[in-house]
Ligand binder design. Sequence first.
Ligand code: IPM
Ligand code: MG
Length: 358
Amino acid sequence: MSKHIAVLPGDGIGPEIMEQAVKVLNALGQDFEMEWADVGGVAYANHGHPLPQSTLDLAMQSDAVLFGAVGDFRYDTLERALRPEQAILGLRKHMGLFANLRPAKCFKELTGASTLRPEVVSGLDLLIVRELTGDIYFGTPRGRRTAVDGNFPGAPEAFDTMRYSVPEVERIARVAFEAARKRNKKVTSVDKANVLETSQLWRDTVTEVARDYPDVTLEHMYIDNAAMQLVRAPKALDVVLTGNIFGDILSDEASMLTGSIGMLASASLNDKKQGLFEPSHGSAPDIAGKNIANPIATILSAAMMLRYSLDMNDEADRIEDAVARVLEQGLRTGDIMSEGCQRVSCSEMGDAVRAALR
Ligand code: IPM
Ligand code: MG
């Protein structure tokens, strides 16, 4: 049966990077049924909502969603519910995509592209497992009101709620421990248990789940220390398990270890193996339409889609090998450019990866 993929390019550089990923997928010689739909600012412009019902229905019915990026400064002044970012948050929530996997791998050719010293990042290969449907991102109540207490009673204030339940922490912890079993059998759980109640519950729950995985080493780390260790000695980390907001921040930080955020793919999975696959970077409106964006994160996200949602491991390997080969050939988009390499455009990078498929 052909696999049904919802293709949602979104805003900014979304369409141009998506075109490259689709190009590579189409060259695999497999039977994919791809259906395209608007999402983000472009969906707001065309349908009055960043996540139109038709796009959501398409995503829910697909085997997997390939997502570009959303965000457009033209819509930043809209009420929050209509801003482009709500599209990705809505998809995560409606599809129940609680497990976000963000691998940060430093290709050997790119050790010089990182702002960190080559010996700190060479050979780096870590996996951030970020909880994606809870925490302060989705916690209620939230809103604005007049303060009745706090430092300035009577002043206008805003508030959000950080929340985690035990089953929410358990299921994401299991994803991390299972992943660790296939890697170096070490999980670093990141929280702020010295200050936050949610983090203490997180830590207690992860410790409980760890009993089922005696072969995996568990360590706990505070978020501030983790942010430091990630740039001090990132290779000491393997699987990093954390909540939604800490994971958001740490994954951007981790991307810099790989040379560029343009290299970082991600998978967001639910309990039915259905997934949404997107580059970890944003819509970069400043370089949109110039054909200079790095499509590799999107191409590698397509590879993750094949691996995690479509049971096509061999094809996923083929794409990942092709990306490695293109880097070996010395082809670079601007963000990862270094001396002696050949600078290519977004579409040329897509063509090169397609040509390098074996
Ligand atoms: C990410 C992004 C999103 C997030 C935004 C666009 C809502 O930063 O995927 O990391 O905060 O999760
Ligand atoms: Mg982010």
